[in-house]
Design a protein around this ligand. Structure first.
Ligand SMILES: [Zn+2]
Length: 417
């Protein structure tokens, strides 16, 4: 993408300001080869949703049909009869085996493909280091969740799915709470921003919106990627806004303010809490389906797979398989819920930052890894943010309807005459 994006003549305030023409003028600044490249990257992602699902399903079926899962359970039982430790030992083997089996896809998707599209900044060694760290996080958090869930299933043989949903929801909230403080710093260095040129306008915007922020955080995302981004993370008192260093380095001040306004929208409209509520409903639904799916499949193939029941750790690949089917089918629903929030944050951000051109610049920069101009069905199915074209159009329409903010004082005087 062009590193400096011009404010095109069509987007200058005038009597003839036209939102569509201004949008097209912004889009015209993107060279055709760059559009082809980011389209190919993003459209490839649609197929990856399918391949990830099929590959994961094949791995799960392999573990079940070849009774590797049953053997891992047998081994765990030989190690210990103490149930929580037994579950953890099973989890350890399961995680190691599936990580190895899925590794070819992981290395293609996260390493070679990211490099091919110029989005990755890591050499293989550091990338592998991050993978190992991720595995460690997974070992601890996944192990904890597995121990809790199997504990619940063993104690509540008939109502386990209600209790299981409850435990999973609490676990989700716990993870959201600790993530910015304990998980993000494992991978990246998070620091407080102290450049007053950037921080002061952001903090006054925060005050104007009733946000009790004293600090703005940044992290060294450039260690892994060239992507520009920012996010709101955490829950309750760990909630914070973080701008990544790619945005700070490559974004104009207007662009940074526009992005910050968007993030404040997430914050003020309690999007994290709403998302947790939404996911809680999905988790309850998932457990209802799981309850039904497990009894159906175990009745048919339980003996063949040597799974003794829902409380047997050997059932885990089947649980993962059923959850994957559920998640795959609901992909457009997840995308639409998140995209709706993102659109709300976009409009909030425009109103609060009053930087429609900064926002258009950001939309173009984000177009390095997202298709700018998809069809409406494509956007509904696959986009978890509004498309770049729609974002620029929203900004330009907002500008058209608030042109007086951009008219120089002289002509305002003329208008008065
Ligand atoms: Zn957002």
């Amino acid at each position: 993408m062009p590193s400096v994006i011009q404010n095109p003549p069509e987007a200058q305030p005038s009597m003839h300001f036209d939102a569509t023409a201004a949008t097209n003028a912004y889009l015209a600044q993107i060279p055709a080869d760059k559009t082809a490249r980011s389209d190919a990257y993003f459209e490839g992602g649609y197929w990856l949703i399918l391949w990830d699902f099929l590959y994961g399903a094949a791995v799960a079926l392999l573990l079940l049909n070849r009774r590797w899962s049953a053997r891992m359970r047998d081994f765990s039982e030989r190690v210990t009869r103490f149930k929580p430790v037994h579950t953890f030992v099973y989890w350890l083997q399961y995680l190691a085996l599936t990580t190895i089996l899925v590794f070819p896809l992981t290395v293609y998707e996260d390493y070679f493909r990211e490099h091919k599209y110029g989005l990755a900044t890591q050499t293989f060694g550091p990338w592998m280091g991050d993978q190992m760290k991720g595995l460690g996080v997974n070992l601890v958090l996944g192990g904890l969740l597995a121990m809790l869930l199997f504990g619940v299933v063993r104690r509540r043989a008939r109502t386990w799915w209600i209790w299981g949903a409850g435990v999973t929801i609490l676990f989700l909230i716990f993870t959201a709470l600790i993530a910015p403080v304990y998980i993000v710093p494992i991978f990246n260095k998070v620091t407080r921003l102290d450049d007053p040129k950037i921080v002061d306008p952001i903090l006054s915007m925060a005050r104007a919106n009733g946000i009790p922020a004293k600090d703005v955080y940044t992290m060294d995302a450039s260690k892994q990627t060239t992507r520009m981004s920012a996010n709101v993370s955490g829950f309750a008192n760990t909630m914070r806004i973080t701008l990544n260093d790619n945005l700070l380095r490559r974004g104009s001040p207007e662009e940074i303010q526009a992005v910050m306004g968007h993030e404040m929208g997430h914050y003020v409209m309690n999007h994290v809490n709403k998302l947790i509520t939404f996911f809680s409903i999905i988790i309850v639904l998932a457990f209802v389906c799981l309850h039904w799916g497990l009894s159906w499949t175990l009745q048919r193939w339980g003996e063949k797979w040597q799974i003794r029941g829902v409380g047997d750790t050997a059932v885990l690949p089947l649980v993962v398989l059923l959850a994957a089917v559920f998640g795959f089918v609901l992909t457009p629903v997840f995308n639409t819920i998140i995209r709706t929030q993102e659109h709300e944050a976009d409009m909030y951000g425009l109103n609060t930052s009053r930087q429609p051109d900064g926002f258009a610049q950001a939309a173009i920069h984000l177009g390095e890894y997202r298709k700018m101009n998809p069809g409406p069905t494509e956007e509904w199915l696959f986009f978890d943010h509004p498309s770049g074209r729609n974002r620029i159009y929203d900004a330009m329409r907002w500008k058209a309807e608030n042109l007086k903010l951009f008219t120089p004082p002289l002509s305002r005087k003329e208008e008065a005459h």
